[in-house]
Design a protein around this ligand. Structure first.
Ligand SMILES: Nc1ncnc2c1ncn2[C@@H]1O[C@H](COP(=O)(O)OP(=O)(O)OP(=O)(O)O)[C@@H](O)[C@H]1O
Ligand SMILES: [Mg+2]
Length: 1108
């Protein structure tokens, strides 16, 4: 319920008190407790009147969303819970609508959230002000100037990972409609000493790390840099990486922001070149070198770095080298040059680096200003945002802290002045009597520091300008003399002079009691830092640089504009810029944001009361509340006041007709609030004590409860009555519906009964009629049947008569035809016999032949020449035709078969034919050879490596190569031999070795003899005076392929010698073995040796072959 409530006042659902002015009782403890309570509930903002106190939550809270912006937009300051947006809205509206220039002063110590607050203010204003392409560009440029300045001006410190190391004041300019036109940024006192040295745990400015992490290799090469941080003396190493910070990504953001702000590419590059040069300067090292006059002179150790710097910046190397070794002092017309020792050279180097960087920073600010400058000359309204370092109290406080604290003193003063002024002005405006308020005025401290005659800054300047030896000690002495009596100044000496021995005060220190607390300053370095000396030789060397940006940073180096006057000291420069700032702020309506840091650990949820207490004290917040409460703690315009409390009085509730003020008067009278507790202003009621307000709030709360009960009561009554009425109405409706339903049902019943009775009666009637009808129908059917039978009888009689008539007619026709035929035949008999018989015969024959051929066509046998089938003869008289036809058909299919033959096959068949002519019906072996294909070369001597020699010996074509059994002439036993036939010779070779045993030219073969039986024996007869082989006599062989071998031998001899070889087939023939003529006789052998024929030499004259 509470969450649903619409907020109309700061006072609704307050955690603690939203405005410290309402704190009762008011003291440090209640103040801190209130802050803590709110902080614990994520309420980081609390008001002191119109001042916003902000406690750094150190984590992102969901309170800056666009919805929140909408919530706070155009709402009154006290309407919603305290928020920085409420202050921004108030400032912006009063700038836009009341034409009042505004300034927003954000203070607090380092890490308290000033910079974040300033960005929140800017983003709120950007979100609520006008829109449009041009305006958006201006907004974007203003917002994007932040990342650029933060990269160059912020650094990680022990207090804050993104600590602003410069003060920033930004004027945002608007036109009369409240649209942004542009802006001007002023920067104060960049902490340049950080460039050359950083305290432990801290880093140099972000830009150095961003450049080294984020730049491309190409860019690094161009800038002559290396990515490794440890290469650079100016970058402390112990905390080079910051948790949660991506330097490389930030580098891209910065480059992008530079582009949006309007930096040209070459400008951005120049800036990075200067940054690189500063980094590299830190790497230059010096060594002592003795000179003739006995003095030490410094020399650069390694000139490589110097060379690269010079290349980068376009400075003549010798010029810069000399500037690091000599120092020229010009006084009037004289010019004296002295050498630098190593310490001085290092001092010069660091001074140059610091100056280069701080001037670059100022140049950047100017360059940004140029971009964001308002383009029109129309009158502008201005909102200034000041984000400046807060009060600093460290263990070692030096010149920088002194300057910063001085600035804060000035701001506090202006705060007091303006707050009191505003309060006073409001009282006057509202016509309320002003009572004096007691508060601490720090003008006296400001005077101690800035007084022109005896202020500390003036003393320091005097010391710096004084001739003779000047040290920090002489400066302290001077202070001791001049300021000894000041209440807010302390030092050991001054104390001593007043005979007070404060041992807590060390030597070479002084202490100032600032409004925010006592701060002890180490005097060491004050003079140097105030002098901020850069040797003229160096500035002249820089002016001579070819790099336009660097040249422009050192205008004093121009010899033409030589100025012997010393440049203003750092202190006086700062004093002047603070004075300008103060003047500027005084013309504006101030808005304050006081930032508080809840802990030193940068951690969320931790609220260190001691730390907060310290800050509350030095920010003077209690003082602030007191000033605000002087006289009246609370004020409110009449209308919202009446609106809020009107329920407390009968006259004003629920509506008051009349002026709001009168209403409030009536209300307060009715409530009997003591008259001294409030005052009526012109437009506001002023309440003196918070107690009164809280009493009012309590009453309101009670009354709200009563009202709620009342509303509840009425609502419940109304609800019950409406419920009852509804029920009654419903009951009537239901009854009506029910009655209708019942009647309907009864009617249906009666109707259906009537229907039943009706149907019975109708049924009965119908059956009666049906019976009658059936009888009638049966009578009709009987008549029809009788008629049908009668008609049938008649029809059959008629049919019979018609049939009889038709038969009679047909018989007449047949008889008539026969008679006619008879008559015709008698008349034409003689003609018919002469011709018709022959014609009929011819026709019949023709018809039979035709039928025969047609049938033959379908009965043809296959085309195979050996197919013996032939259809049987149908008619005897066609016998010869049938045989002839068979012969022709056979010849034709043989021709067809032959036509398919290749030449080779033809040769085989010729051979086969030859064989059949030679042996058919002569030798019993022949039929078994018909089916065997003649291969000739059974033994493939080409392929067998064993016979290679044999093959090589024969040059002619081999016709037969086969293993045969050679019969031994002496005993009839057989041995295997290779039998080879070539075109001209017959060769026998050993089967195992392939060696040729005998060679017979074909011309020497006279005859071949064999039996007529089924055996493979054959004899080859040779010429008696023939070759050498013939000397042993004729050969007797046995072979499985006798028919083939004999045929081939016959054919070869015929083709070679043109003579037919004599082939003798006889079961007894003579062979010549050497001198003997032996008879080879074939006999029917016994079955002892199975189917193999055996051969035996019986005697000199007889060799018997037994053929099974
Ligand atoms: N409103 C906020 N919401 C969330 N975090 C915040 C808020 N304000 C500050 N912080 C956190 O605190 C850190 C420090 O804040 P910021 O840099 O604004 O301090 P500062 O007062 O400007 O310090 P310095 O004086 O060192 O510049 C921020 O980086 C951020 O993390
Ligand atoms: Mg900051």
């Amino acid at each position: 319920m509470a969450k649903m409530e619409v907020k109309t006042s700061l006072l609704d659902n307050m955690i603690g008190v939203g405005d410290m002015v309402l704190l009762e009782p008011l003291n440090e403890e209640t103040f801190i407790n209130n802050l803590k309570k709110r902080f614990d509930h994520n309420e980081i903002y609390t008001y002191i009147g119109s001042v916003v106190v902000s406690v750094n939550p150190y984590r992102s809270l969901p309170i800056y969303s666009p919805e929140k912006v909408e919530d706070y937009r155009n709402r009154n300051f006290y309407e919603l819970s305290p928020h920085i947006f409420a202050l921004s809205d108030e400032a912006y509206r009063s700038l836009r609508d009341q034409d009042k220039d505004q300034c927003i002063l954000i203070t607090g110590e380092s890490g308290a959230g000033k910079t974040e607050a300033s960005k929140l203010v800017m983003s709120y204003v950007a979100a609520v002000c006008g829109k449009g392409a041009e305006v958006n560009q201006v907004k974007e440029q203003l917002l994007q100037s932040n990342p650029v300045l933060e990269a160059f001006g912020n650094a990680k410190t022990v207090r804050n990972d993104n600590s602003s190391r410069f003060g920033k004041y930004m004027d945002i300019e608007f036109d009369f409609k409240g649209d942004p036109l542009g802006g001007v940024i002023s920067n104060y006192l960049l902490e340049k000493s950080r460039v050359v040295k950083q305290p432990r745990g801290e880093r140099n400015f972000h830009v150095f790390y961003q450049l080294l992490s984020g730049a491309s290799e190409e860019l690094l090469n161009k800038l002559k840099l290396e990515r490794d941080f440890s290469r650079y003396n100016y970058l402390s190493l112990d905390s080079a990486k910051v948790n949660g910070v991506d330097d490389a990504a930030n580098f891209r953001t910065v480059r992008n922001a530079m582009q949006i702000v309007g930096f040209m590419d070459h400008e951005a590059e120049s800036v990075l070149e200067v940054v690189a040069a500063v980094l590299k300067l830190g790497n230059i090292e010096f060594k002592p070198e003795s000179r003739v006059n006995g003095l030490d002179e410094s020399k650069i150790k390694d000139k490589n770095e110097l060379k690269e710097i010079c290349e980068l910046t376009g400075i003549d190397q010798s010029v810069l080298e000399r500037a690091f070794s000599f120092r020229t002092v010009e006084a009037k017309q004289e010019k004296v040059s002295t050498t630098l020792n190593v310490a001085q050279a290092y001092y010069a180097r660091d001074a140059l680096a610091k100056n280069l960087y701080s001037r670059l920073f100022s140049w950047l600010v100017n360059r940004i200003n140029e971009s964001i400058k308002a383009q029109t000359k129309v009158r502008k309204k201005v909102m200034g945002v000041l984000d400046i370092y807060g009060f600093e109290i460290f263990e070692d406080n030096s010149f920088e802290q002194f300057i910063i604290n001085y600035c804060n003193e000035k701001l506090q003063q202006i705060f007091i002045e303006l707050t009191l002024k505003e309060e006073q002005e409001e009282y006057i405006r509202e016509d309320i009597e002003w009572t004096h308020i007691d508060y601490f005025n720090n003008a006296i401290i400001c005077d101690l520091i800035e007084n022109n005659t005896n202020g500390i800054l003036a003393m320091l300047d005097e010391e710096c300008l004084r001739p003779g030896t000047v040290t920090d000690e002489t400066f302290l002495e001077k202070l001791n003399q001049v300021c000894a009596t000041h209440q807010h100044f302390e030092s050991r000496m001054s104390k001593c002079s007043r005979f007070l021995n404060d041992t807590s005060l060390p030597h070479s220190c002084f202490r100032i009691q600032h409004y925010a607390g006592k701060v002890l300053y180490q005097v060491e370095g004050f003079v140097d830092k105030n002098n901020d000396l850069l040797y003229r030789d160096l500035s002249q060397a820089m002016w001579k640089a070819g790099h336009t940006l660097i040249k422009s940073l050192f205008p004093e180096g121009n010899p033409a504009k030589i100025n012997l006057k010393r440049p203003p000291t750092a202190g006086s420069q700062f004093k002047a810029s603070v004075a300008t700032l103060m003047k500027n702020l005084q013309t504006k309506n101030p808005n304050y944001i006081r930032c508080i840091k809840p802990n030193d650990k940068k951690a969320a949820h931790i609220f260190n009361e001691a730390l907060v207490c310290h800050q509350i004290r030095y920010l003077g917040l209690l003082e602030n509340v007191r000033v605000r409460r002087a006289g009246y703690a609370f004020r409110q315009a009449y209308e919202p006041c009446l609106e809020r409390y009107k329920m407390l009085c009968k006259q004003t509730w629920p509506h008051w007709k009349g002026p709001a003020r009168a209403g409030v008067e009536v209300l307060f009278n009715e409530l009997e609030i003591p008259v001294e507790e409030y005052s009526f202003g012109r437009s506001k009621i002023f309440i003196r004590n918070p107690r009164t307000l809280f009493k009012l709030e309590d009453l309101r709360k009670q009354r709200l409860e009563d009202l709620a009960t009342l509303i509840q009561k009425i609502y419940r009554g109304w609800k019950c009555r409406t419920h009852f009425l509804l029920m009654r109405k419903s009951q009537i409706v239901i009854a009506a519906w029910y009655r209708r339903y019942a009647q309907q049902k009864r009617y249906q019943q009666i109707k259906s009964s009537a229907l039943v009775i009706q149907s019975y009666i109708r049924g009965w009637k119908a059956r009666k009629i049906l019976r009658e009808l059936k009888h009638q129908k049966r009578c009709e059917e009987a008549a029809t049947t009788i008629a049908a039978y009668w008609h049938g009888t008649q029809a059959r009689r008629e049919l019979k008569r018609l049939k009889e008539e038709a038969r009679r007619k047909h018989a007449v026709a047949v008889i008539w035809a026969y008679w006619l035929g008879l008559k015709v035949r008698r008349e034409y008999r003689k003609f018919f016999r002469a011709n018709a018989g022959k014609k009929i015969y011819e026709f019949t024959i023709q018809r039979i032949v035709q039928k025969y051929f047609l049938e033959m066509k379908n009965k043809m046998p296959s085309l195979s020449p050996i197919d013996k089938n032939w259809p049987s003869r149908p008619y005897l008289f066609l016998d010869s035709t049938h045989k002839e036809l068979k012969r022709i058909f056979h010849l034709w299919r043989c021709k067809k078969y032959r036509d398919q033959f290749t030449d080779q096959k033809k040769l085989i068949y010729e051979e086969k034919l030859e064989a059949s002519e030679l042996f058919k019906d002569k030798k019993a072996l022949y039929p078994s050879s018909v089916g065997q294909p003649f291969q000739g070369a059974y033994l493939e001597i080409n392929k067998n490596p064993k016979y290679k020699k044999l093959k090589d010996a024969i040059e002619e074509k081999i016709i037969i190569a086969e293993v045969v059994n050679k019969i031994n002439r002496a005993n009839g036993k057989s041995t295997s031999r290779i039998f080879l036939l070539t075109n001209n010779n017959l060769l026998l070779a050993d089967q195992k070795s392939g060696q040729i045993k005998s060679e017979v030219p074909l011309v020497d073969v006279t005859k071949v003899s064999m039996s007529s039986q089924n055996d493979g024996f054959f004899a080859i007869h040779l010429k008696e005076q023939g070759s050498e082989a013939a000397s042993k006599g004729d050969f007797l062989f046995s072979s499985e392929h006798l028919i083939e071998m004999a045929t081939k031998l016959y054919r070869t001899t015929l083709s070679q010698t043109k003579q037919k070889l004599n082939i003798e087939i006889s079961d007894e023939f003579l062979v010549q073995f050497r001198q003997d003529k032996v008879c080879v006789k074939f006999i029917q052998g016994n079955q002892k040796n199975g189917s193999v024929p055996t051969c035996k030499r019986k005697n000199n004259r007889l060799l018997e072959v037994a053929v099974p």
